[in-house]
Write a protein that binds this ligand. Structure first.
Ligand code: GAL
Length: 433
């Protein structure tokens, strides 16, 4: 029986490991005050992210547009590095941060990816005073604030909430694998079988370049098989990675691989979504940034395609939360502070999220500006059992995430369920204890 996990418990889960890495608040404030290059007038702003695909790039551009209207004298450099989930960007960022050449502000996931890396390494400036002066306590849920906080400080501003457990079906899918027939993993697999029998050779589009997309299949399938409580227990020691649920989740991935495009290892998530448009595939499992991709490519939600919870995960929400932070020694510090303000503003989030595919982090952005799928997700989010994503930085430290991605890359090659279970359990022992 999986009890609903409240927002508060979600935060406790995400924060457990993060909480161990707290910086002394006052000391951090002091260092930040010494470290910033603030004060010097500048007409530049460099923003770092991995948003280059259709939808995500458009959302970012919306925020740039708002910034340019407000601060017309500032020229923005968009330093986005292509590669979904930051598969290339994170390494570029690490080199720059370690080399003392940070961008003015960068995209980072709420939770472990932020707190146990850059905050722990003392490379960030707290945004607590911006948070307070902008009054975000009254419009951003306290639980989200907690995830981007450690010690007495807030370290980044959430711009959205993405749903990682989503299944996208093209209209062409409806005869073979209708939305109604995809509520369980078994039904979904039968639907894929029917689609294949009807002549669609590669019904399930997968882009596994970088392997994180397979980690998403794993996390979604674990929730589907073991339930949300079991999934969350994997990060607080209450559930075992050697449990049968993990084994079954992997077995379902192996079955899904019978229906995917043969070139999956060479393409990313957006190219996989493109296969639905091209009609060579009819389904893909991906976060709702895929909806941003479809709408950017002129597909109409609930007409040309639809989006539902990934098979077996109805009632749960796999949280992926993008935020922007302020590195110490940001070269154009004051302009970066204004960027952070745009990211947290109602105007910024109302412009960004409909294009990005996500729902807003702020609670005061009107739901009626969103498409029908997002409106459904906004409603479902309110009562869903929340689970933090591994693949997108919230549930576990980076070292575990990248080792697990590698293992899932091995899994799609070898399809060795027992071998992968043993290896994943070892990684969990090494990085999650
Ligand atoms: C995620 C990120 C999303 C989207 C996706 C694909 O990590 O949170 O905003 O960009 O990667 O690149």
């Amino acid at each position: 029986m999986s009890a609903n996990w409240t927002r508060r418990e979600f935060v406790k889960g995400v924060g457990t490991a993060a909480g161990a890495l707290v910086l002394g608040g006052a000391f951090a404030e002091f260092l930040a005050a010494c470290g910033t290059g603030g004060g010097t007038a500048s007409n530049k702003l460099e923003i770092f992210s991995w948003w280059t695909a259709g939808g995500e790039a458009d959302g970012l551009n919306e925020m740039f547009g708002i910034y340019k209207k407000k601060y017309s004298g500032v020229t923005i450099t968009n330093s986005a590095v292509a590669g979904g989930a930051g598969s290339n960007a994170k390494a570029v960022l690490a080199t720059r941060m370690q080399g003392g050449k940070p961008p003015d502000s960068f995209q980072v996931h709420a939770g472990q990816e932020l707190i146990s890396t850059w905050v722990k390494a003392d490379k960030m400036e707290p945004i607590t005073s911006i948070w307070n002066s902008e009054g975000w306590d009254s419009v951003i849920p306290k639980d989200l604030k907690t995830i981007v906080s450690s010690g007495n400080d807030v370290w980044s501003v959430p711009v959205n909430i993405h749903r990682g457990n989503a299944l996208w079906l093209s209209a062409k899918a409806s005869s073979a694998i209708g939305a109604g027939a995809s509520n369980t993993l078994d039904n979904f697999l039968s639907g894929l079988g029917a689609a294949k029998a009807a002549g669609i050779k590669e019904p399930l589009a997968l882009g596994s370049k970088g392997n994180w997309q397979v980690t998403m299949l794993l996390e979604n399938n674990i929730v589907a098989v073991g339930g949300a409580d079991f999934y969350r227990g994997l990060f607080n020691g209450k559930s075992s990675w050697q449990d049968n649920s993990v084994r079954t989740a992997l077995t379902y991935i192996r079955s899904m691989l019978n229906y995917v495009n043969s070139d999956h290892a060479t393409i990313d998530w957006d190219q996989a979504a493109g296969r639905l448009k091209a009609g060579t595939s009819v389904a893909t499992i991906m976060g709702d940034w895929a909806k941003g991709y479809f709408t950017a490519n002129n597909w109409k939600p609930d007409t040309d395609f639809t989006g539902i919870p990934s098979p077996g995960t109805t009632g749960t929400y796999m949280i992926v939360c993008d935020t922007f932070g302020l590195p110490k020694n940001a070269p154009d510090h004051d302009n970066a502070v204004n960027w952070i303000k745009v990211c947290g503003s109602e105007e910024g989030q109302a412009a960004f999220n409909p294009k990005k595919g996500s729902i807003p982090a702020r609670t005061d952005v009107p739901a009626n500006i969103f498409d029908s799928i997002a409106q459904k997700f906004i409603t479902e989010f309110k009562n869903a059992s929340l689970t933090p994503s591994i693949a997108h930085g919230s549930a576990a430290p980076e070292a575990f995430v990248s080792a697990l991605n590698d293992e899932m890359g091995q899994f799609v090659q070898k399809k060795d369920v027992n071998g992968s279970i043993t290896n994943i359990a070892k990684l969990a022992d090494q990085y999650l204890k």
